[in-house]
Design a protein around this ligand. Structure first.
Ligand code: SF4
Ligand code: SF4
Length: 374
């Protein structure tokens, strides 16, 4: 059960909901890279629909008032926003820990220094492959690995904590040992081995991205050994990708349980892929404040807690561990967002998920690159 010890019942009448701890602020969908594994939606939000600086500052203040502790400044590529330092400064002013999630390319001169002066707390830098040719192939941008390595060095020179995010798929998973060495060489404190999540553009490219089971098992072994070798120097986060797992992950820690997303145009979502769910109204921070969205919006209540769970989950002792898994994956595979996540071995669609993985992991490797005009 969600605890009843806090929450804001004053307007919604609910008393069993905790305030969120994290907010993913998707400042823009613009990005100089074109990664086929990108989980942004196929219809990217255009620049002229983005929230203004003042709107974002208001949202950040509301987030702090609601109880949010950490803001992840993301996108697209958040450094495309010329007001980024202003927003970082505002985070610091209202007591929010700010984490910049960046691809680390095409930075304006002096940008990182300005962000550090504004109070940026942490940088999470994506690297697609440890070799230039493969990195370029995945990002669709020549020379991008060199730019990323320069950004990593600048982050370390500014004494900011650095996490490297290595997105793993069929073409890059075998580069994991070299990627771990690179993360250590770059002075990262943390490495996220992030298996591609099949939403948005990644779902379109699933045939080209999904690894084989043997590749996944070898990667699990490599991570286990590296955790031992680099204990005390590098923390490695990694989980088995859904298509080969026995149980689902607690997507976003549970629907509307401890974090939320705001899209570039201000739609508030319990997870970044929730816009795929049909027939629901998406609240906007342009017309509602975050508190009323978090506690009162029908979308946020739809799959919150355990009361909505299908019978097989409601009677399961993992129901408050994974909360029935990912709603968007359930929708993508079963056609019903209210079903058990097929990553669960108890789901009648579990074998279908595995057979998709087995079939597609030997299919084409031709990418459909992320683009504003598909
Ligand atoms: S995954 Fe790639 S294309 Fe998508 S936002 Fe990140 S860097 Fe840009
Ligand atoms: S049946 Fe539902 S609650 Fe139980 S492990 Fe599977 S997804 Fe989780």
């Amino acid at each position: 059960m969600i605890s009843a010890k806090s929450g804001d019942p004053s307007e919604s009448g609910k008393s069993d909901v905790e305030p969120p701890l994290g907010l993913l602020a998707e400042l823009t969908h613009r990005c100089p890279l074109r990664c086929p594994y990108c989980s942004n939606p196929l219809e990217l939000e255009k620049r002229d629909t983005e929230l203004s600086t003042d709107e974002w500052r208001r949202v950040l203040s509301e987030a702090a008032g609601l109880g949010v502790l950490q803001v992840h400044l993301s996108g697209g590529e958040p450094t495309r926003r010329p007001d980024l330092a202003n927003l970082v400064e505002h985070c610091r002013g209202v007591g929010l820990y700010s984490n910049l999630i960046t691809a680390g390319v095409a930075f304006a001169a002096g940008l990182l220094e300005r962000l550090a002066e504004a109070g940026l707390d942490h940088v999470q830098l994506s690297v697609q492959a440890p070799e230039p040719a493969l990195n370029d192939l995945v990002t669709g941008r020549p020379g991008s690995l060199g730019e990323k390595l320069s950004t990593a060095q600048a982050v370390r020179d500014l004494d900011l904590p650095l996490t490297i995010n290595f997105v793993v798929h069929r073409l890059t998973i075998e580069r994991l040992p070299r990627m771990i060495e690179l993360a250590v060489d770059l002075g990262a404190r943390r490495l996220e081995v992030a298996h591609a999540q099949y939403h948005g553009w990644a779902l379109e490219n699933r045939q080209a991205l999904i690894p084989t089971r043997d590749q996944v098992m070898a990667a699990v072994d490599i991570v286990d050994r590296a955790r031992e070798s680099y204990r005390g120097r590098l923390v490695i986060d990694s989980v088995v990708p859904d298509y080969y797992a026995r149980y689902p992950k607690p997507c976003m820690g549970g629907w509307a349980r401890n974090s939320l997303n705001i899209t570039p145009s201000g739609r508030a979502l319990p997870c970044h892929a929730a816009e795929t769910i049909p027939g629901v109204e998406f609240p906007s921070v342009r017309s509602e404040d975050l508190k009323s969205i978090w506690y009162g919006s029908p979308l946020f209540q739809m799959y919150r807690g355990v009361d909505w769970l299908p019978d097989r989950c409601r009677g399961c002792d993992r129901r408050e561990i994974d909360w029935g898994g990912c709603r968007c994956q359930a929708l993508a595979i079963t056609g019903n967002a209210g079903e058990t996540d097929p990553a669960c071995e108890k789901s009648p669609w579990h074998d279908e998920l595995l057979s998709i993985a087995q079939r597609e992991s030997t299919a084409s490797t031709e990418f459909l690159y992320r683009s504003f005009s598909r």
